[in-house]
Design a protein. Structure first.
Length: 230
């Protein structure tokens, strides 16, 4: 994988005995890629990621994967709260919902796939732990958003995208969300509808109304089935 080095001072040591087992995807949410990269490298901003992928597919490397980059903020997944400690973070250039959210160009997604395949192989990251920022921080974040092509990534070998929408959910929907990893009350102080909307943003973006319907139940059941195989 070809990178352009754009080192950021915004990192620290990963805590001992913590596996790297999450790949966390973001959008930059700024008007230009250059502005986003400048911020990720600004010591006063105190934010970073391991990589940024620009819209033309150029990959910038900011922080070594063996260091903790600062991209997740207050977050939760499957009982863990320091998501930075156990993740590799990729920022994907897109203006985001604030500045004109738009689809991700093919060249950009091709680079995300090439980079992501190397990362999940290097750290043996399970497909069920390839996540968006909105999955781990649903009350604060909506990135990489409903236009992100999770299905394309899954076909390329990164992350899950259930093929069946007919699985039967045998647990309560909220308990199923918890079992998959989402943080709900009492673990996280966030309205349940907000978490369901984050679930929909990732897995069923055609309708994001914060209400679990039968299609959501089938998707969650399929995801939980996949978990059992990992
Ligand atoms: Zn983010």
């Amino acid at each position: 994988m070809q990178f352009i080095a754009a080192p950021s001072p915004n990192f620290d040591a990963r805590p001992p005995a913590t596996p790297i087992d999450i790949l966390l995807l973001h959008y930059t949410g700024m008007e230009t890629g250059a502005a986003a990269i400048a911020r990720l490298c600004d010591p006063d901003a105190r934010v970073s990621s391991h990589y940024t992928v620009d819209e033309d597919g150029t990959v910038y490397a900011h922080v070594s994967e063996d260091r903790r980059a600062w991209h997740a903020g207050a977050s939760y997944w499957a009982g863990a709260r320091d998501i930075n400690a156990r993740s590799v973070g990729i920022e994907i250039v897109n203006p985001g919902h604030e500045f004109g959210y738009r689809s991700f160009p093919d060249a950009q997604i091709e680079s995300v796939i090439a980079l992501g395949l190397e990362i999940v192989a290097r750290h043996s990251i399970p497909p069920a732990r390839v996540l968006g920022h909105s999955d781990v921080a649903p009350a604060r974040k909506t990135d990489p958003g409903e236009l992100f092509p999770w299905g394309t990534l899954s076909l390329a070998g990164i992350g899950l995208w259930p093929q069946t929408r007919k699985a039967r959910l045998t647990v309560d929907f909220e308990d199923g969300l918890r079992a998959f990893g989402y943080g709900l009350k009492p673990d996280m102080d966030v309205p349940t509808a907000t978490v369901i909307e984050a679930f929909q943003r990732h897995w069923r973006p055609a309708r994001m109304d914060g209400a679990a319907d039968t299609e959501c139940e089938a998707i969650l059941a399929a995801l939980l089935n996949e978990l059992d195989y990992q």
